[in-house]
Design a protein around this ligand. Structure first.
Ligand code: FAD
Ligand code: NAD
Length: 518
């Protein structure tokens, strides 16, 4: 008789493994099923993120960035590094070692938290049962009071460019090149295209990115997106917008890509082609015929705001459900669902999920763009500060980019933060925390920042919202009042927010509300 669990999670990516660990921490008997076979032929945990996503791509981004620094930037600082070269095999071996350490670490975390790791392919056969088929084809059925589907996503393939062994590849293939291709084509100027295009561009590939849309990074504030496009172009990425790929031919050595743009039909020849046009939810084989878990029109498992499917006791999280396909979004959903199953009240603020593109410089954002706010009829005020005016950026040789804050014109509440610059991915946490606490731009403006730091640009951008930036000339006329004395409206619901500065809240008679302890 197979064990019975309080919760069984299908998939051990950042959604699933986090859900299982949190459930065990909440005192539930939890199991996590995983089928991913790693490079050494055994089942590995960590999903897309650890095996072929976030972590290996960042290992290559960091190595290739250091290579560029050593080759081009050290000299300016007086460092004579001599002839700098890249050993691609060694770079890849380092990446594989990091992946191995981290995936092995999840197994350790399962043990430490008392999560039962089950190897094989899980299938929901009823609202309370999961069947697991192991690698030898044996099946075992487990009973569970609750089931969490965290099956993730896979790359989208498009008919004009079917994948071929080693020549036309997806993101996974692009993490395994054994040498730097001379001419690299990338289809899609999305996050993967820009990150992996950057890796190989830095190592010497001539990179052309073909993007079907006419706009560049439409989800990022226009001013920051334009600046990013300019910076990437300067680095050598040839980004062709409005280029729709229509076909490809390979001769075993090269790939000829056909596309149409405003000038008509075009073609280009590459030594490798990366297809990165998005990812789709992976639900194949996860739900047995006859189990009526609903999918939406795009194939995502249909869930409510708290990740409940239409079948009681069955939840779904991460890339296989609506929302951004990001590891931290998957993990937060995992925590929320585990808490709900454990009987706690829990919810997630989908308005404050940050995004980061790990190019150099990094692009990071949270919340609304200025164009989003205007489209919604919200009157905004903005503050922007260029890193060119930052002392630390000069010392770091990192003066490219800027930080921008978008605030509600009436309440001063921060609606969005968009940054392009060195360490933007670290700095954006300030915007996330500020927005989580319902902070006004003035709250950040009146906060004491360490000097000299890159983060001072965020401080200055907050000051600039009211025309009070200190280290640049303010374009807008200075607003002499320091506060409108109005509390930003609270969103309500269970996730009460606290003004960042309780003392000031008190002085102004604002309500001080604490986030309830779960
Ligand atoms: P996954 O990580 O895809 O995990 C799903 C797991 O479920 C897999 O291990 C799969 O084997 C398993 N599974 C599926 N079906 C079954 C079954 N029937 N039985 C058992 N197991 C099953 N996101 C970021 O936030 N930051 C980044 O920097 C970033 N970089 C990325 C770079 C690349 C190249 C790629 C491809 C993605 C990147 N992402 C990044 C996205 C991130 O990897 C995903 O959003 C995240 O992994 C989703 O987590 P998940 O748990 O929902 O799914
Ligand atoms: P994406 O959705 O970010 O970008 C795909 C791009 O391809 C879009 O700009 C789209 O217009 C373009 N495109 C689609 N079809 C095309 C065609 N036929 N010809 C030319 N262009 C075409 O998708 P992605 O870059 O593949 O990334 C997939 C997911 O992985 C994203 O949702 C992202 O959230 C996640 N991811 C995140 C990170 C990160 O957080 N740093 C890194 C990598 C991946």
């Amino acid at each position: 008789m197979a064990d019975k669990f309080d919760v069984i999670v299908i998939g051990a990516g950042p959604g699933g493994y986090v859900a299982a660990i949190r459930a065990a921490q909440m005192g539930l008997k939890a199991a996590c099923i995983e089928k991913w076979i790693g490079k050494e032929g055994n089942v590995v945990h960590g999903g897309t993120c650890l095996n072929v996503g976030c972590i290996p791509s960042k290992a290559l981004l960091e190595a290739s960035h250091k290579f560029v620094e050593a080759k081009h930037d050290f000299d300016d600082m007086g460092i004579q590094a001599g002839d700098v070269s890249m050993d691609v095999t060694k770079m890849m071996a380092r990446k594989d070692k990091i992946v191995k350490n981290l995936t092995g670490g999840i197994s350790g975390l399962f043990k430490a938290n008392g999560v039962t790791a089950i190897e094989g392919t899980g299938k929901v056969v009823s609202g309370k049962q999961v069947e697991v088929t192991d690698n030898d084809g044996n099946t075992t059925t487990y009973d569970a009071d609750n089931i969490v589907i965290a099956a993730g996503s896979v790359p989208v393939e498009i008919p004009p460019t079917p994948l071929t062994e080693g020549l036309i590849v997806d993101s996974t293939g692009a993490l395994e090149f054994t040498e730097t291709p001379k001419r690299l084509g990338v289809i899609g100027a999305g996050i993967i295209g820009l990150e992996l295009g950057s890796v190989w561009n830095r190592l010497g590939s001539e990179v052309t990115v073909l993007e079907a849309m006419d706009s560049f990074l439409p989800m990022v504030d226009t001013t920051v997106a334009k600046e990013t496009q300019k910076l990437l172009k300067k680095q050598g990425l040839d980004i062709k917008l409005g280029a729709r790929v229509t076909g490809s031919e390979t001769n075993g050595e090269e790939v000829i890509v056909k596309y149409t743009d405003s000038n008509g039909e075009q073609e280009m020849t590459f030594d490798k082609l990366i297809v990165c046009v998005g990812r789709r939810p992976y639900t194949k084989g996860v739900i047995a015929d006859g189990v009526s878990i609903e999918l939406d029109e795009r194939g995502f498992i249909f869930v409510d705001d708290q990740c409940r499917t239409n079948v009681p006791g069955v939840y779904a999280i991460g890339d296989c459900v609506r929302g951004p396909m990001l590891a931290h979004k998957a993990s937060e959903e995992g925590i929320m669902v585990a808490d709900i199953i454990a009987g706690h009240k829990a919810e997630m603020n989908y308005d404050t999920i940050p995004s980061v593109i790990y190019t150099y410089p990094e692009v990071a954002w949270v919340g609304m763009t200025e164009q989003d706010a205007k489209a919604k009829g919200i009157e905004v005020k903005t503050g922007t500060f260029p890193f060119a005016a930052s002392g630390r950026a000069m010392a770091n040789n990192a003066t490219e980019g800027s930080a921008k804050i978008i605030a509600d014109a009436e309440t001063d509440r921060i609606l969005g933060m968009h940054i392009v610059g060195q360490h933007a991915g670290e700095m954006i946490a300030q915007g996330v925390i500020a927005m989580e606490f319902g902070s006004s731009a003035e709250d950040l403006a009146l906060t004491c920042y360490a000097h000299p730091t890159m983060s001072e640009a965020v401080h200055e951008a907050a000051l600039a919202v009211d025309g009070h930036a200190i280290h640049m000339a303010n374009r807008k006329s200075v607003n002499n009042s320091v506060s409108n004395n109005e509390a930003p409206p609270f969103k309500g619901g269970a996730n009460f927010r606290l003004c960042l500065n309780p003392q000031r809240s008190k002085e102004r008679g604002w309500p001080v509300l604490l986030r309830p302890f779960l």
